[in-house]
Design a protein around this ligand. Structure first.
Ligand code: CAA
Length: 257
């Protein structure tokens, strides 16, 4: 695939993916989704990539789905555009590698939804978040109506979805929408540091934490606990022996793979 919108660099086990269509504030069009659908499995299959960071070029992370592309859509096309985006973003959640959103600027509509589909979010103090779809007479199409209430609670979610208010990074932090706020210049270094920390942990443990937490939140408590026990046990046939032995021998673990 010849990537025009997604620019990827890989170093130290971290793939940094930059959405680069700054002339349209990185708005999400069909080309973006075609590229994402190719890139996600590609990075998923690379042994030298342990953690992904997604960020945006210029003053926006992503300012939403591409309004110029959507304006002509029929009902059926609108439904299909929504389903496509939902599936692409779901594949980030299903990727067995952690994905961090490094939100550098506007994360609006579909852009906020992209950040929501990442495993957690680090924001520049200049970032702005919002779900302004109701301004356009539409609703979110990439699952913000579903992810936002699960992530920040129904009251906070409906406040953002119904008012279309843009909130700053500190307010997003207060709501639990982002996990950390840093100065703009410190955003990518901070995200990389966090990614490197995760990349240094037991890879099987990291993969299982993501899978069990993500599956568990979509099921009930007992079923989630059963998933956890099953995964916990499986690690005793994997890297747990090395991790615990290393602790007892007071040395760093040597993870395989
Ligand atoms: N789609 C298409 N183009 C967009 C865009 C979008 N979502 N957001 C910005 N652009 C374009 C603008 O049209 C403009 O293009 P031109 O230079 O050709 O006129 C360029 O990007 C720069 O934008 P502005 O001049 O508007 O920049 P600004 O700094 O004055 O304002 C902004 C920034 C407040 C983010 C404003 O651009 C804005 O409100 N954008 C739209 C945000 C929005 O409504 N997003 C939700 C989209 S709907 C959605 O996402 C549905 C879904 O869930 C599937």
């Amino acid at each position: 695939m010849d990537y025009q919108i997604l620019k990827t660099s890989v170093a130290d086990g971290i793939a940094t993916v930059t959405v680069s269509r700054p002339q349209a504030l990185n708005a999400l069009n069909s080309d973006f989704f075609r590229e994402m659908d190719a890139l996600i499995p590609e990075l998923g299959g690379r042994d030298d990539v342990k953690v992904l960071i997604i960020t945006g070029e210029g003053k926006a992370f992503v300012a939403g789905a591409d309004i110029a592309e959507m304006v002509r859509m029929t009902r059926a096309q609108g439904q299909e555009f929504s389903r496509w985006g939902q599936q692409t973003f779901r594949s980030l959640e299903l990727l067995p590698k952690p994905v961090i959103a490094a939100v550098n600027g506007f994360a609006l509509g579909g852009g906020c939804e992209l950040a929501l589909a990442c495993d957690f979010r680090i924001a520049s103090s200049k970032a702005k978040f919002g779900q302004p779809e109701v301004n356009l007479g539409v609703i979110p199409g990439y699952a913000a109506t579903q992810r936002l209430p699960r992530l920040i609670g129904l009251g906070n979610a409906l406040y953002l979805l119904l008012t279309a208010e843009l909130i700053g990074a500190e307010e997003a932090l207060r709501m639990g929408l982002v996990q950390k706020v840093v100065e703009p210049d410190a955003l990518l270094p901070a995200a990389s540091e966090i990614a490197k920390t995760i990349a240094s942990k037991g890879p099987q443990a990291v993969q299982n934490v993501k899978r069990v937490a993500r599956q568990g939140i979509l099921t009930d408590f007992a079923a989630g606990c059963a998933l956890e026990s099953e995964a916990f046990g499986s690690l005793f046939e994997g890297e747990a022996a090395e991790g615990m032995r290393a602790f007892l021998e007071k040395r760093p673990p040597k993870w395989g793979g």
